[in-house]
Design a protein around this ligand. Structure first.
Ligand SMILES: NC(=O)c1ccc[n+]([C@@H]2O[C@H](COP(=O)([O-])OP(=O)(O)OC[C@H]3O[C@@H](n4cnc5c(N)ncnc54)[C@H](OP(=O)(O)O)[C@@H]3O)[C@@H](O)[C@H]2O)c1
Length: 289
C-alpha cells in the first residue's frame, strides 16, 4: 500500500457516487483509503458528519493522511431548501477541513466544485480562466469554497487545495444524473427531456473523474488551484439518447424546451494531469463490455 511517510487518503462522503468511485480507484492503485461517511455501510471506516469539525480533525490526527478528498456535498435543490446547512457543508466544513489537514502536515485537499460556477449560457467550452457567473445558490457556495481554500493557501497554508469543477458526472452510483435516469426509464415512467437540441451538457464518466482525482493525489508539488473535469464533449439531449440508445432501451418524452449550454475545456487537466476522458458513446460501450 502507498502509505508510510505518505499516509493514506481520507475520502469524506465515501457512500456517494463520487466518493465510491474515488475510493475504488485509489484502492486499486495501492493507496490506503480511510472512508468517512455519515452512515455506516461497507467501505466506511469512520462514521462522521462532514460538519463535525472535531470528529474530522480527530480522523486526520489519527490517520495522518497525505491527501483528503471531499466527495460529500448537498444538491442544488438542498441549497435552496436549507441554505444554512448548505453553507455549513459546502463552505465552512471545507475550510475547517483545510485547517485540520494543515495541522497534521497533509499535502493535498481535493474540493468538489462545479461547472455551475460558469453559468450555463455560454456557447463555447469554458476553460478555467472564464469569468465565473454563478446562477444559483449552489454555484455561489461552491465558488465561496474555492475562494476560501485559495485564501487559506495565500495566507501561508501548507496544504495545496485543488478545486475540481466537475461537469455532469454519470455512471454507477450517480443517482441524480440524467444518464442514470434515462437508463432506468420505463414505458410507465419516461424521462422528460427539456428540448432535444437546445439543452446541451458535458457528461463525464465517474471512472474518469476518479482517475483525475487519483492523478491529483499522486501529482508533484505544482498543481493548479482550479481544474475543469468534463469530457470536453458538448452533448445535446438528441445526442445523448442516440449514444445511450445504441445499447439501452430508453423511454423519454420531449418537454418544453430549455435553452441551456455547458461544456468544459479540459486542456489544462489533459496537459497537467494526463487526463484522458471519454465521450458518452465510448464510455457506454466500455461499460457494456
Ligand atoms: N455528480 C456530479 O455531476 C457533480 C457535479 C459537480 C459537483 N459535484 C459535487 O461532487 C460531490 C459529490 O457528488 P455526488 O454526485 O457523488 O453526490 P451524491 O452521490 O449525492 O453523494 C453525496 C454524498 O455526500 C454525503 N453528505 C451529504 N451531506 C453530508 C454531511 N453533512 N456529512 C457527510 N456526508 C454528507 C451524502 O451522504 P449520504 O450517503 O449519507 O446521503 C452522499 O453520500 C458533491 O459535493 C457535488 O456537489 C458533483
Amino acid at each position: 500500500m502507498l502509505e508510510g511517510p505518505d499516509g493514506p487518503v481520507v475520502v469524506v462522503g465515501v457512500r456517494g457516487g463520487l466518493g465510491h468511485a474515488v475510493a475504488g480507484r485509489l484502492r486499486a492503485r495501492g493507496h490506503g483509503v480511510v472512508g468517512v461517511a455519515r452512515r455506516a455501510s461497507p467501505g466506511v471506516d469512520v462514521v462522521a458528519d462532514l460538519t463535525d469539525r472535531r470528529a474530522l480533525a480527530a480522523v486526520l490526527a489519527d490517520t495522518r493522511p497525505s491527501a483528503v478528498v471531499v466527495a460529500a456535498g448537498v444538491s442544488p435543490a438542498e441549497c435552496d431548501s436549507d441554505p444554512e446547512t448548505a453553507r455549513r457543508v459546502t463552505v465552512d466544513a471545507v475550510l475547517d477541513l483545510y485547517d485540520a489537514a494543515d495541522a497534521v502536515g497533509c499535502r493535498t485537499l481535493v474540493v468538489p466544485s462545479t461547472s455551475a460556477v460558469y453559468g450555463d449560457a455560454r456557447r463555447t467550452p469554458a476553460d478555467e480562466t472564464a469569468p465565473p457567473a454563478p446562477g444559483s445558490r449552489y454555484a455561489e457556495l461552491k465558488l465561496a469554497a474555492e475562494e476560501g481554500v485559495a485564501a487559506r493557501l495565500a495566507a501561508g497554508g501548507g496544504v495545496r487545495p485543488v478545486a475540481l469543477r466537475i461537469f455532469n458526472a454519470w455512471g454507477p452510483g450517480f443517482r441524480r444524473s440524467l444518464v442514470t435516469r434515462l437508463l432506468a426509464s420505463t414505458p410507465e415512467a419516461p424521462v422528460a427531456l427539456a428540448g432535444l437540441d437546445s439543452f446541451v451538457r458535458d457528461y463525464v464518466h465517474g471512472d474518469d473523474v476518479a482517475a483525475l482525482v487519483a492523478a491529483v493525489v499522486e501529482a508533484g508539488d505544482e498543481l493548479p488551484g482550479v481544474v475543469n473535469v468534463g469530457s470536453g464533449e458538448a452533448v445535446s439531449n438528441r445526442g445523448l439518447v442516440a449514444a445511450l440508445g445504441v445499447r439501452h432501451e430508453l423511454h423519454w418524452v420531449e418537454a418544453e424546451p430549455v435553452a441551456s449550454w455547458s461544456c468544459a475545456d479540459v486542456s489544462l487537466a489533459r496537459r497537467v494531469l494526463g487526463f484522458a476522458p471519454r465521450g458518452v458513446a465510448d464510455a457506454v460501450a466500455a461499460d457494456a463490455r
